[in-house]
Write a protein that binds this ligand. Sequence first.
Ligand code: SF4
Length: 366
Amino acid sequence: MIPLNLPAMAEATRPYVTRLRTRRDGPLHSSDAWLVEESAEGSAFSGKHGLLAIDGVPAGELDGDVVLVQPQIRPGSSGRIERLLRAGSRHNTLLVTERCDQLCVMCSQPPKKTHHDRFAYLEAACLLAEPGSLIGITGGEPTLYKEELLGMIERVLTARPDLAFHVLSNAQHFERGDIDRLRQPVFRRVSWGIPLYAAEPALHDEIVGKDGAFARLEESFAHLMMARARVELRTVLLAPNLAALPDLARYVATRLRFVEVWSVMQLEHTGFARNRWHSLYVDHRRDFAPVAVALDHAALHGLRAQLFNFPRCSVPAPYRHLAVASISDWKRKYMPACAGCREREACCGFFEWHPDDQANEGVRPL
Ligand code: SF4
């Protein structure tokens, strides 16, 4: 797994954002910190906030990374850097809050009650992003801080016309008053990843742990449609909604025709799902029929669909082209047998925390 947090010591006493540089090529910025020393133990960078020593990763692997430096606050406490935007990665995602107003049965990142406002740091990081980056935003629920979120997006995309955002949101907080704002041209470079688990309101509400969530989501969809927002619909495959998938496909194809793409996602073995694995996980190798019916219906109605977190060899051949390399590089693994697979480049592999015995059992190199 690629480490996103590294031990560090900084001269500064307050957190700051900087871009680490080992070479003087590409556009320079006053927030850059330059490599001044490298040894077997780590590397030292110097910038306008002073010296910064980082352990654990060779300097060359950090070149171009935009990091949040959390200095040693008290004697004896350890400092660290958080790699907010890794250079060359297509999987950079910024966590804006750990609070959420839903409690999904399979939540991969169970919410916390407290919120630490990091918007100023995240905005500074985005302004230093590599040209042409697509930056993910996640939570918790980002729109609990909708004003801060939309303000950050507007400022960043105005200053950086080359960037785009993909925001994961439960869409419980869009209102009629947001329509004009979301119609602004900068929001053409924002797509919203919004989960919907069933067309039956009671089932969706049960999965997300919130009464009335489906009805509120329908309201938000109406506002987003009026705003001509770009929406990626997301459905995690679960034992409770497997049989309801064909109905959901019919609902999406008739009521939500404005969505750009529908992503059907396999479950992640972490967070709440870890302890509920046996009651939630669907082995799609044995029970693909409802997924196939849903995908056929989507195709028939011109709705683009894709499969996330489905290793390609586990998907029946007629649907394999829909299984994309969805798992972020830093949390992705392949099994030993994958070494000889011709489709490895296009395959998502497995989450780092997926049980090895289960993964090994299903691997069939293509
Ligand atoms: S063998 Fe490995 S790389 Fe190939 S499709 Fe299966 S999981 Fe993916």
